[in-house]
Design a binder for this molecule. Sequence first.
Ligand code: SF4
Length: 343
Amino acid sequence: MSWNIWGHTLAETEDWIVRNGFPRFRAKQIQDYLYHRYVYDFDEMKQLPGAMREWLKENTVISKPQIINQLQSDDKNTTKLLLKLSDGSLVETVCMHHDYGNSICASTQVGCAMGCVFCASTFDGMKRNLDASEILAQVFAFKQHFDIPVHSIVLMGAGEPLTNYENVLRFIRLCNDPDILNISLRNITLSTCGIVPQIYRLAEEGLPITLAISLHAPNDMIRNQIMPISNSYKIEDVINAARYFYNKTGRRVTFEYILIKDVNASADNANELCRLIGNLNCHINLIPVNGTEHIQLYPPEADEVKKFQMILEKHGRTTTVRKQMGDKIQAACGQLKRRYLKN
Ligand code: SF4
Protein backbone atom coordinates (compact mmCIF):
# COMPACT_ATOMS: atom_id res chain seq x y z
CA MET A 1 0.00 0.00 0.00
CA SER A 2 1.21 3.50 -0.82
CA TRP A 3 2.50 5.62 2.05
CA ASN A 4 0.65 8.91 2.61
CA ILE A 5 3.47 11.43 2.64
CA TRP A 6 1.16 14.23 3.84
CA GLY A 7 1.10 15.19 7.51
CA HIS A 8 4.50 14.07 8.78
CA THR A 9 7.29 15.79 10.65
CA LEU A 10 10.61 16.32 8.90
CA ALA A 11 12.13 13.54 11.01
CA GLU A 12 9.42 11.09 9.92
CA THR A 13 9.80 12.01 6.25
CA GLU A 14 13.59 11.73 6.55
CA ASP A 15 13.21 8.31 8.10
CA TRP A 16 10.99 7.13 5.24
CA ILE A 17 13.25 8.60 2.56
CA VAL A 18 16.46 7.18 4.05
CA ARG A 19 14.90 3.74 4.62
CA ASN A 20 14.10 3.68 0.93
CA GLY A 21 17.64 4.51 -0.14
CA PHE A 22 17.44 8.25 -0.82
CA PRO A 23 19.63 10.96 0.73
CA ARG A 24 18.30 12.55 3.90
CA PHE A 25 18.34 16.12 2.53
CA ARG A 26 15.66 15.21 -0.03
CA ALA A 27 13.12 15.05 2.79
CA LYS A 28 13.58 18.75 3.54
CA GLN A 29 12.95 19.54 -0.13
CA ILE A 30 9.78 17.47 -0.11
CA GLN A 31 8.54 19.17 3.09
CA ASP A 32 9.23 22.53 1.48
CA TYR A 33 7.19 21.61 -1.60
CA LEU A 34 4.28 20.31 0.48
CA TYR A 35 4.00 22.92 3.22
CA HIS A 36 5.51 26.11 1.80
CA ARG A 37 5.07 25.95 -1.95
CA TYR A 38 1.81 23.95 -2.05
CA VAL A 39 3.11 21.60 -4.74
CA TYR A 40 1.12 18.37 -4.60
CA ASP A 41 2.17 16.81 -7.90
CA PHE A 42 5.43 14.85 -7.76
CA ASP A 43 6.13 15.72 -11.41
CA GLU A 44 6.28 19.37 -10.38
CA MET A 45 8.88 18.74 -7.65
CA LYS A 46 11.64 19.66 -10.08
CA GLN A 47 14.42 19.84 -7.49
CA LEU A 48 14.09 16.07 -7.04
CA PRO A 49 15.81 13.75 -9.52
CA GLY A 50 13.52 12.23 -12.12
CA ALA A 51 14.07 8.69 -10.83
CA MET A 52 13.07 9.74 -7.33
CA ARG A 53 9.93 11.46 -8.61
CA GLU A 54 8.97 8.25 -10.42
CA TRP A 55 9.60 6.22 -7.28
CA LEU A 56 7.48 8.63 -5.20
CA LYS A 57 4.64 8.36 -7.72
CA GLU A 58 4.70 4.58 -7.45
CA ASN A 59 5.11 4.26 -3.69
CA THR A 60 3.52 7.26 -2.02
CA VAL A 61 0.37 9.33 -2.18
CA ILE A 62 -0.39 12.88 -1.13
CA SER A 63 -3.81 12.31 0.38
CA LYS A 64 -5.54 15.69 0.48
CA PRO A 65 -9.26 16.44 0.53
CA GLN A 66 -11.13 17.98 -2.33
CA ILE A 67 -13.01 21.28 -1.95
CA ILE A 68 -16.57 20.64 -3.06
CA ASN A 69 -18.35 23.74 -1.85
CA GLN A 70 -17.27 27.18 -0.78
CA LEU A 71 -19.22 30.05 0.72
CA GLN A 72 -18.15 33.52 1.73
CA SER A 73 -20.05 36.03 3.85
CA ASP A 74 -21.06 39.33 2.26
CA ASP A 75 -18.46 41.22 4.28
CA LYS A 76 -15.83 38.66 3.15
CA ASN A 77 -14.80 38.09 6.78
CA THR A 78 -15.87 34.47 6.97
CA THR A 79 -15.24 31.73 4.46
CA LYS A 80 -16.45 28.19 4.79
CA LEU A 81 -15.27 25.17 2.86
CA LEU A 82 -16.94 21.79 2.54
CA LEU A 83 -14.26 19.16 1.97
CA LYS A 84 -14.53 15.60 0.69
CA LEU A 85 -12.03 13.19 2.24
CA SER A 86 -10.49 10.18 0.51
CA ASP A 87 -13.26 7.87 1.79
CA GLY A 88 -16.00 10.24 0.63
CA SER A 89 -16.70 11.64 4.11
CA LEU A 90 -17.57 15.33 4.27
CA VAL A 91 -16.14 17.83 6.75
CA GLU A 92 -16.54 21.56 7.16
CA THR A 93 -13.84 24.05 7.95
CA VAL A 94 -14.09 27.80 8.42
CA CYS A 95 -11.68 30.71 8.09
CA MET A 96 -12.46 33.87 10.04
CA HIS A 97 -10.58 36.99 9.01
CA HIS A 98 -9.95 39.02 12.17
CA ASP A 99 -8.06 42.30 12.59
CA TYR A 100 -5.18 40.36 14.12
CA GLY A 101 -5.03 37.67 11.41
CA ASN A 102 -6.75 34.64 9.96
CA SER A 103 -8.13 32.01 12.27
CA ILE A 104 -9.06 28.55 11.04
CA CYS A 105 -11.78 26.56 12.76
CA ALA A 106 -11.16 22.87 12.04
CA SER A 107 -13.21 19.70 12.52
CA THR A 108 -11.72 16.77 14.39
CA GLN A 109 -14.29 14.07 13.59
CA VAL A 110 -16.77 13.25 10.84
CA GLY A 111 -19.95 14.21 12.67
CA CYS A 112 -20.10 14.11 16.44
CA ALA A 113 -21.45 11.71 19.03
CA MET A 114 -22.01 14.28 21.78
CA GLY A 115 -25.59 15.23 20.93
CA CYS A 116 -25.63 18.91 21.96
CA VAL A 117 -29.11 20.09 20.97
CA PHE A 118 -27.94 23.37 19.45
CA CYS A 119 -25.44 21.77 17.07
CA ALA A 120 -26.15 20.45 13.56
CA SER A 121 -22.92 18.40 13.48
CA THR A 122 -24.34 15.79 15.78
CA PHE A 123 -27.66 15.09 14.07
CA ASP A 124 -26.34 12.02 12.24
CA GLY A 125 -23.99 10.90 15.00
CA MET A 126 -20.25 10.33 14.61
CA LYS A 127 -18.92 8.42 11.61
CA ARG A 128 -15.21 8.32 12.46
CA ASN A 129 -12.23 10.16 13.88
CA LEU A 130 -10.13 12.30 11.58
CA ASP A 131 -6.44 11.54 11.63
CA ALA A 132 -3.92 14.33 12.19
CA SER A 133 -3.14 14.65 8.49
CA GLU A 134 -6.82 15.17 7.68
CA ILE A 135 -7.15 17.90 10.29
CA LEU A 136 -3.96 19.52 9.00
CA ALA A 137 -5.28 19.36 5.43
CA GLN A 138 -8.23 21.57 6.47
CA VAL A 139 -5.82 24.35 7.39
CA PHE A 140 -3.91 23.91 4.15
CA ALA A 141 -7.12 23.95 2.13
CA PHE A 142 -7.29 27.64 3.08
CA LYS A 143 -3.58 28.34 2.89
CA GLN A 144 -3.26 26.83 -0.54
CA HIS A 145 -6.56 27.91 -2.04
CA PHE A 146 -6.47 31.51 -0.84
CA ASP A 147 -2.71 31.85 -0.28
CA ILE A 148 -3.20 33.40 3.15
CA PRO A 149 -1.14 33.32 6.34
CA VAL A 150 -2.73 31.56 9.30
CA HIS A 151 -2.49 33.25 12.68
CA SER A 152 -4.44 30.88 14.87
CA ILE A 153 -6.30 27.58 14.99
CA VAL A 154 -9.45 26.76 16.89
CA LEU A 155 -10.64 23.18 17.23
CA MET A 156 -14.31 24.04 17.40
CA GLY A 157 -15.64 22.45 14.23
CA ALA A 158 -17.45 19.12 14.10
CA GLY A 159 -16.36 16.57 16.68
CA GLU A 160 -15.24 16.37 20.26
CA PRO A 161 -11.42 16.75 20.14
CA LEU A 162 -10.81 15.02 23.47
CA THR A 163 -12.44 11.80 22.28
CA ASN A 164 -9.94 11.78 19.38
CA TYR A 165 -7.06 12.52 21.71
CA GLU A 166 -3.95 11.12 20.00
CA ASN A 167 -4.79 12.47 16.55
CA VAL A 168 -5.64 15.90 17.94
CA LEU A 169 -2.44 16.10 19.99
CA ARG A 170 -0.42 15.07 16.96
CA PHE A 171 -2.19 17.72 14.88
CA ILE A 172 -1.39 20.40 17.48
CA ARG A 173 2.27 19.43 17.38
CA LEU A 174 2.29 19.52 13.55
CA CYS A 175 0.82 23.04 13.67
CA ASN A 176 3.58 24.11 16.03
CA ASP A 177 6.30 22.41 13.94
CA PRO A 178 8.58 25.08 12.38
CA ASP A 179 8.86 22.98 9.19
CA ILE A 180 5.10 22.82 8.75
CA LEU A 181 2.98 25.71 10.12
CA ASN A 182 5.07 27.20 12.93
CA ILE A 183 2.00 28.39 14.79
CA SER A 184 2.55 29.30 18.42
CA LEU A 185 0.87 26.91 20.84
CA ARG A 186 -0.65 29.97 22.50
CA ASN A 187 -2.55 30.60 19.28
CA ILE A 188 -4.19 27.18 19.32
CA THR A 189 -7.51 26.69 21.10
CA LEU A 190 -9.00 23.30 21.86
CA SER A 191 -12.70 23.33 22.60
CA THR A 192 -14.31 20.52 24.55
CA CYS A 193 -17.81 19.85 25.80
CA GLY A 194 -16.18 18.77 29.07
CA ILE A 195 -14.69 15.27 28.94
CA VAL A 196 -13.38 15.50 32.48
CA PRO A 197 -10.69 12.76 32.56
CA GLN A 198 -9.23 13.98 29.26
CA ILE A 199 -9.00 17.56 30.56
CA TYR A 200 -6.80 16.24 33.38
CA ARG A 201 -4.76 14.28 30.85
CA LEU A 202 -4.35 17.33 28.62
CA ALA A 203 -3.20 19.42 31.57
CA GLU A 204 -0.33 16.96 32.06
CA GLU A 205 0.96 17.44 28.48
CA GLY A 206 2.53 20.79 29.37
CA LEU A 207 1.19 22.49 26.25
CA PRO A 208 0.40 26.20 26.66
CA ILE A 209 -2.65 26.01 24.42
CA THR A 210 -5.96 27.62 25.28
CA LEU A 211 -8.63 25.32 26.63
CA ALA A 212 -12.20 26.36 25.86
CA ILE A 213 -14.94 24.49 27.68
CA SER A 214 -18.50 24.50 26.39
CA LEU A 215 -20.38 25.06 29.62
CA HIS A 216 -23.63 26.55 28.34
CA ALA A 217 -25.45 26.28 31.67
CA PRO A 218 -25.07 27.33 35.30
CA ASN A 219 -26.25 23.98 36.74
CA ASP A 220 -26.68 20.30 35.89
CA MET A 221 -30.42 20.55 35.44
CA ILE A 222 -30.21 23.04 32.56
CA ARG A 223 -27.08 21.43 31.15
CA ASN A 224 -28.91 18.09 31.02
CA GLN A 225 -31.53 19.60 28.76
CA ILE A 226 -29.05 20.74 26.13
CA MET A 227 -25.88 18.67 26.55
CA PRO A 228 -26.19 14.90 27.04
CA ILE A 229 -22.54 14.76 28.16
CA SER A 230 -23.72 16.18 31.48
CA ASN A 231 -25.15 12.74 32.25
CA SER A 232 -21.56 11.52 32.41
CA TYR A 233 -19.82 14.45 34.12
CA LYS A 234 -21.27 16.78 36.73
CA ILE A 235 -20.82 20.48 36.13
CA GLU A 236 -18.85 20.84 39.39
CA ASP A 237 -16.39 18.24 38.13
CA VAL A 238 -16.00 20.15 34.87
CA ILE A 239 -15.17 23.32 36.82
CA ASN A 240 -12.70 21.43 39.01
CA ALA A 241 -10.99 20.03 35.91
CA ALA A 242 -10.79 23.56 34.46
CA ARG A 243 -9.22 24.76 37.71
CA TYR A 244 -6.68 21.94 37.53
CA PHE A 245 -5.83 22.86 33.93
CA TYR A 246 -5.28 26.49 34.93
CA ASN A 247 -3.15 25.58 37.95
CA LYS A 248 -1.06 23.18 35.90
CA THR A 249 -0.52 25.30 32.76
CA GLY A 250 -1.04 28.87 33.96
CA ARG A 251 -3.36 29.31 30.97
CA ARG A 252 -6.64 31.03 31.63
CA VAL A 253 -9.57 28.82 30.64
CA THR A 254 -12.35 30.11 28.41
CA PHE A 255 -15.93 29.07 29.09
CA GLU A 256 -18.22 29.10 26.10
CA TYR A 257 -21.80 29.91 26.98
CA ILE A 258 -24.46 29.74 24.29
CA LEU A 259 -27.36 32.02 25.23
CA ILE A 260 -30.73 30.44 24.48
CA LYS A 261 -33.90 32.35 25.10
CA ASP A 262 -36.02 30.89 27.93
CA VAL A 263 -33.42 28.21 28.67
CA ASN A 264 -30.23 29.63 30.21
CA ALA A 265 -30.18 33.38 29.62
CA SER A 266 -31.94 34.93 32.64
CA ALA A 267 -30.42 37.19 35.30
CA ASP A 268 -30.77 34.32 37.79
CA ASN A 269 -28.81 32.10 35.44
CA ALA A 270 -26.05 34.72 35.22
CA ASN A 271 -25.81 35.01 39.01
CA GLU A 272 -25.76 31.24 39.42
CA LEU A 273 -23.01 30.97 36.80
CA CYS A 274 -20.87 33.42 38.82
CA ARG A 275 -21.37 31.35 41.97
CA LEU A 276 -20.48 28.16 40.12
CA ILE A 277 -17.24 29.53 38.69
CA GLY A 278 -16.18 31.14 41.96
CA ASN A 279 -12.71 32.63 41.88
CA LEU A 280 -11.39 30.63 38.93
CA ASN A 281 -9.35 32.78 36.54
CA CYS A 282 -11.32 32.45 33.33
CA HIS A 283 -12.87 34.25 30.41
CA ILE A 284 -16.51 33.81 29.48
CA ASN A 285 -17.49 33.93 25.83
CA LEU A 286 -21.22 34.54 25.38
CA ILE A 287 -22.70 33.28 22.14
CA PRO A 288 -26.30 34.09 21.24
CA VAL A 289 -27.54 30.82 19.74
CA ASN A 290 -27.53 30.60 15.97
CA GLY A 291 -31.10 29.43 15.29
CA THR A 292 -31.63 27.88 11.87
CA GLU A 293 -34.13 25.79 10.00
CA HIS A 294 -32.51 22.73 11.61
CA ILE A 295 -32.36 24.05 15.15
CA GLN A 296 -35.47 25.55 16.70
CA LEU A 297 -33.76 27.51 19.44
CA TYR A 298 -33.78 31.27 19.67
CA PRO A 299 -31.31 33.86 20.94
CA PRO A 300 -32.37 36.27 23.69
CA GLU A 301 -33.10 39.89 22.82
CA ALA A 302 -30.04 42.15 22.63
CA ASP A 303 -30.87 43.86 25.94
CA GLU A 304 -31.09 40.46 27.70
CA VAL A 305 -27.67 39.56 26.35
CA LYS A 306 -26.34 42.90 27.60
CA LYS A 307 -27.89 42.35 31.03
CA PHE A 308 -26.41 38.85 31.29
CA GLN A 309 -23.00 40.20 30.38
CA MET A 310 -23.27 43.09 32.87
CA ILE A 311 -24.04 40.72 35.74
CA LEU A 312 -20.96 38.66 34.95
CA GLU A 313 -18.80 41.76 34.72
CA LYS A 314 -20.19 43.13 37.96
CA HIS A 315 -18.85 39.95 39.56
CA GLY A 316 -15.40 40.65 38.08
CA ARG A 317 -15.62 38.25 35.13
CA THR A 318 -14.08 39.17 31.80
CA THR A 319 -16.52 38.48 29.01
CA THR A 320 -17.01 38.88 25.31
CA VAL A 321 -20.09 38.46 23.22
CA ARG A 322 -19.05 36.52 20.18
CA LYS A 323 -19.56 38.32 16.91
CA GLN A 324 -22.03 36.42 14.79
CA MET A 325 -19.66 35.87 11.90
CA GLY A 326 -21.04 34.19 8.86
CA ASP A 327 -24.66 33.65 9.83
CA LYS A 328 -25.67 33.91 6.23
CA ILE A 329 -23.25 31.24 5.11
CA GLN A 330 -24.29 28.71 7.73
CA ALA A 331 -21.04 29.17 9.64
CA ALA A 332 -22.39 27.34 12.66
CA CYS A 333 -21.02 23.85 12.90
CA GLY A 334 -22.53 21.27 10.55
CA GLN A 335 -25.07 23.39 8.73
CA LEU A 336 -23.36 23.67 5.34
CA LYS A 337 -22.80 19.91 5.24
CA ARG A 338 -26.47 19.23 6.02
CA ARG A 339 -27.63 21.60 3.35
CA TYR A 340 -25.28 20.04 0.80
CA LEU A 341 -26.47 16.52 1.60
CA LYS A 342 -30.12 17.59 1.49
CA ASN A 343 -29.68 19.14 -1.94
S1 SF4 B 1 -21.14 21.41 19.98
FE1 SF4 B 1 -19.22 20.30 19.68
S2 SF4 B 1 -19.38 18.57 21.15
FE2 SF4 B 1 -21.46 19.39 20.94
S3 SF4 B 1 -22.37 18.13 19.31
FE3 SF4 B 1 -21.48 19.96 18.30
S4 SF4 B 1 -19.45 19.32 17.66
FE4 SF4 B 1 -20.15 17.84 19.19
